[in-house]
Design a protein around this ligand. Sequence first.
Ligand code: SAM
Length: 220
Amino acid sequence: MKINNPEGWKPKYHWPIRNFYKSLDHPGVEVLSCTENEVFPLMQEFLTEEFDPELMIEFGFSAGGMTLCMHEAASYVPLWAYDCYSIFAPMGKIARSMKLPVLNQVELEAYQMNFVNDCFNANVHFKKIDLLSSPKQSIINHLKIGKRKFLYCDNGDKPKEVSTYARYLNKGDALGVHDWGEEIDLSYPDVEEALFDFEDHPMNEKFIEQGLMVRIFIKS
Ligand SMILES: C[S@@+](CC[C@H](N)C(=O)[O-])C[C@H]1O[C@@H](n2cnc3c(N)ncnc32)[C@H](O)[C@@H]1O
C-alpha cells in the first residue's frame, strides 16, 4: 500500500495519543484501537528521550494504534509496518467490545482513508506480508541496514518472529516485544537463544512497575 504525503500535513506531537486519535481534526477516525495503549507514554519516552531511532520496523500493525504511537514520536523516521491482514479499523468482536458501530463498506473505506492519510506522512509504509511462513529476505535486508533501528514485535507468534528475525539486528539496535510474560519470555528455548546477545533496557523497570507487557532489549 503506497501512502502519499497529503498536502498540508504537518508533524504533530499529541499527548496522550488516544486524545489525538479522537481529535476533531480527524473526523471519521473516532477510536484508537491498540492492545495495551497504556504503553504509549513510555514507548514515546523511549523513542524520543532514550533511543532516537533512524529506522523503525513493526511486526503486526493490526489497526495501526502502535504504528501511530511510534510515528508521532519520530515522524521524520522511516517506518515499515507489516501485517498479513489489516483493515485498520476495529471491527467485529473488538468493535462491539468498544461499543463502536459496525461499519458498512463505504464507512470502512472512509475510515481507512481518514486514518491513513490524516495520521501518517510519507515516511510510513504499510505492507501486507506473511512474516512467518518463511523468513522474508526484504525484511532481513532492512534489519541489516547500518542505521539505529527499533524493531517492535507484536505479531501472531512472538517466539517465532523473535527467533527468526532478531538475529539480523546490529549492535546497538533495539528490539521491542509485546505480551512479554504472557506469549513470550525466556522460558522458550528459541527465545533465550535469540536474546543471548541482547540486554534489558532500563525502561523495562518502568514497564514492570506499571504492570505493562512491553519489554525492550538492546543488542550488545
Ligand atoms: C496483537 S495484533 C497486533 C496489535 C498491534 N501491534 C497493536 O498495538 O494494536 C497481532 C497482528 O499480527 C498479525 N499477524 C499474525 N500472524 C501474522 C503473520 N504470520 N504475518 C504477519 N502478520 C501476522 C495479525 O494480523 C494481527 O493484526
